[in-house]
Design a protein around this ligand. Structure first.
Ligand SMILES: Nc1ncnc2c1ncn2[C@@H]1O[C@H](COP(=O)(O)OP(=O)(O)OP(=O)(O)O)[C@@H](O)[C@H]1O
Length: 608
């Protein structure tokens, strides 16, 4: 059997799963623009991957390809892995990456010389320090004459820039002329430094596409199909790009998303954009109704939390449970209760379960500090994803995680593939003057290191030490202009030496999600897309979720965030609150439990 035939058999096998779901089958058989609107756990990711596999095998022939746009690099990596499992190997005809990367690599870099833009000749991306400094300096020149710079100013700046994308419109100036002026000064200042930032990539990508029909034609010739995952989070610029290419032109669209899970308002994302796109003429709108993840009562309760009707039903027979705990004292007492009462009870009552089945979800990184401290005191190992986590994910740390995955068994499964690791490694040198011969010799060294380090039992710090000595220390020269990237790498090393990752093995670093022996600690935002048998949410106080005196759109977004947390659970939800918490000014306040919890409790008590 040829490898192509093998691929076809493999994805047909996988698509058998769809025979129990008429709506998924409609997506699978669609031939034109298709938008899938569906709730959590309904198989959006599954159908996106299967349909992409089918399109690649049946509808597209090299050198044409498919562009698949995702919310962030981690989503892109997950999608590549799922496609790989269906026999689809990344090649030059499959682009899977962020919208920023699409705009930079397929619009700005190739065509900016031929289009009318004010972008610098050499594209240099501003570091976060350069962005911060330029924002502050231009703020002081404009608004700062009368106001003090706070983080809410930078949020307002970003939301404005990402919402009012049409600079010729009257809205752009009139909505808030001070912020509009600040943005223009900021962008001019970046240009004087020969820099662009991430928003520039998407905005300029959009403007270039909109203003140049020949770019639309070239993109369509290269990528006759565009797929978008998590559409609800991708913001107004991406929405406009999709409309130009797929609604006003003939590029075929496959988009999946869930407006109820739109929780990134600060990126300019609005849940209405996806609903509106699905209603465009010529778009096949499909709603998936079965929830394969959560037991019945969890689906019912999560819908009730939205205060709106939804027709989702659980495909599971069992009921599932939602438990409420009013703890007298504040967040520390709740964390204590989780560690000493709830987790041991879960593990005792369900002996087949492990810490990896439990997700503890919270509002912010300070909650992460509180729970991590208590969990460590109890001697439990954990994975933590929030702003105070041992290190943040960036292109370098994610690449190191990938290398760790390869060493701890990935090499056997081809996941990740060495070619993927090698390609990212080469891309780090793209702005250096390294000769081909030298790069080849570095790649060989990388392969030798990874090959001799294939051992799941290796201590993480020993693996990192050797990796640093043989490969990474030299690689850091590529990031001299990106101190933030190096800072996160240093944090990773420090944490493996003396901090939270001290007793980790190399296998624990690699793709930590899904580790059986680690408790999962996540902010509600970072839990998106994940699922756990048991979900514990704490710190659910009024004033925290939602904020005190929040505007209606913010309250609605907080409600959706609460919904995202609830819908991560397969079997059981545990909700903790006390009413007490330390506010922004470090005052110990009691505004009572969150209304979201009170409303849900009433629903559960009366209906389930
Ligand atoms: N037709 C199907 N039959 C059986 N299981 C399915 C089917 N479709 C999806 N699933 C399973 O349901 C679970 C949820 O699927 P998936 O992750 O694709 O959902 P999702 O809609 O992307 O969820 P979320 O929006 O919460 O991230 C997965 O375990 C998946 O394998």
């Amino acid at each position: 059997m040829s490898s192509l035939e093998f691929d076809k058999v493999l994805y047909r096998e996988a698509s058998k799963d769809l025979s129990n779901n008429e709506e998924q089958l409609k997506v699978y058989d669609s031939t034109g623009n298709c938008v899938v609107l569906a709730g959590p756990g309904s198989g959006k990711s599954k159908i996106l991957t299967l349909k992409l596999a089918r399109i690649l095998n049946e509808d597209i022939e090299a050198p044409q390809g498919v562009a698949c746009l995702t919310y962030n690099k981690e989503c892109a990596r997950e999608l590549k892995e799922k496609l790989y499992n269906l026999g689809i190997i990344e090649s030059s005809t499959i682009f899977i990456d962020t919208v920023h990367s699409f705009c930079l690599n397929h619009v700005i870099r190739p065509y900016r010389h031929l289009a009318n833009t004010n972008l610098p000749k050499e594209i240099k991306v501003a570091t976060s320090r350069e962005v911060r400094e330029t924002m502050l300096r231009t703020f002081n020149l404009t608004i700062g004459k009368n106001e003090r710079y706070t983080s809410s100013w930078s949020t307002a700046f970003n939301v404005y820039r990402r919402t009012f994308i049409e600079r010729k419109s009257s809205e752009w100036k009139t909505n808030d002329s001070d912020i509009a002026e600040w943005i223009l000064n900021y962008e001019n200042s970046l240009r004087h430094q020969g820099l662009i930032d991430f928003d520039d990539m998407v905005l300029n990508g959009l403007w270039m596409i909109e203003e140049n029909q020949w770019i639309q034609g070239l993109l369509q010739a290269k990528f006759p199909v565009i797929a978008v995952d998590e559409y609800q989070d991708l913001g107004a610029s991406l929405d406009r790009i999709i409309r130009v290419l797929c609604i006003e032109n003939d590029t075929r669209l496959l988009a999946v998303g869930d407006p109820d899970q739109s929780i990134y308002g600060f990126t300019g994302a609005q849940p209405s954009l996806l609903n509106d796109l699905a209603d465009q003429s010529g778009v096949l709108k499909i709603r998936l109704k079965k929830n394969y993840r959560s037991k019945g009562n969890i689906v019912k309760a999560s819908i009730a939390s939205l205060l709106e009707e939804r027709d989702f039903v659980s495909s599971r027979d069992e009921e599932g449970s939602i438990k409420f705990y009013g703890i007298r004292d504040g967040i520390d007492a709740q964390c204590d209760y989780i560690c000493k009462e709830i987790i041991p009870k879960i593990l005792t009552l369900d002996p087949s379960s492990t810490l990896g089945d439990i997700g503890v979800l919270y509002i912010d990184k300070n909650d992460g500090d509180r729970i991590a401290e208590k969990v460590a005191k109890e001697g439990l190992q954990y994975i933590r994803v929030d702003g105070n986590a041992p290190y943040n994910k960036n292109q370098l740390t994610v690449w190191i995680e990938n290398c760790a995955t390869w060493c701890s068994g990935g090499w056997l499964k081809g996941s990740p593939q060495f070619s993927e690791i090698e390609r990212t490694f080469s891309s780090f040198f793209s702005n250096s003057n390294i000769s081909e011969v030298k790069l080849e010799s570095k790649k060989l060294n990388l392969f030798k290191f990874l090959f001799r380090s294939r051992d799941v039992e290796l201590k993480l710090i020993d693996w990192l030490d050797e990796f640093n000595n043989s490969i990474v220390s030299e690689l850091l020269d590529c990031f001299t202009e990106e101190p933030d990237i190096v800072k996160e790498y240093d944090k990773l090393i420090e944490s493996a030496k003396n901090g939270q990752l001290k007793d980790f093995k190399v296998s624990s670093l690699s793709r930590q999600v899904g580790s059986k022996s680690h408790l999962n600690l996540y902010t509600l935002h970072s839990s998106k897309g994940l699922e756990f048998k048991y979900v514990i949410m704490f710190g659910l106080e009024h004033g925290r979720i939602p904020w005190l005196n929040a505007r209606e759109d913010k309250i609605n977004e907080s409600r959706r965030l609460f919904y995202v947390g609830l819908t991560r659970a397969k079997d059981e939800i545990h909700l903790l609150c006390s009413g007490w918490y330390y506010d922004y000014y470090d005052r110990y306040q009691n505004y009572g439990p969150s209304n979201f919890v009170l409303e849900l409790k009433e629903f559960v008590d009366n209906n389930l």
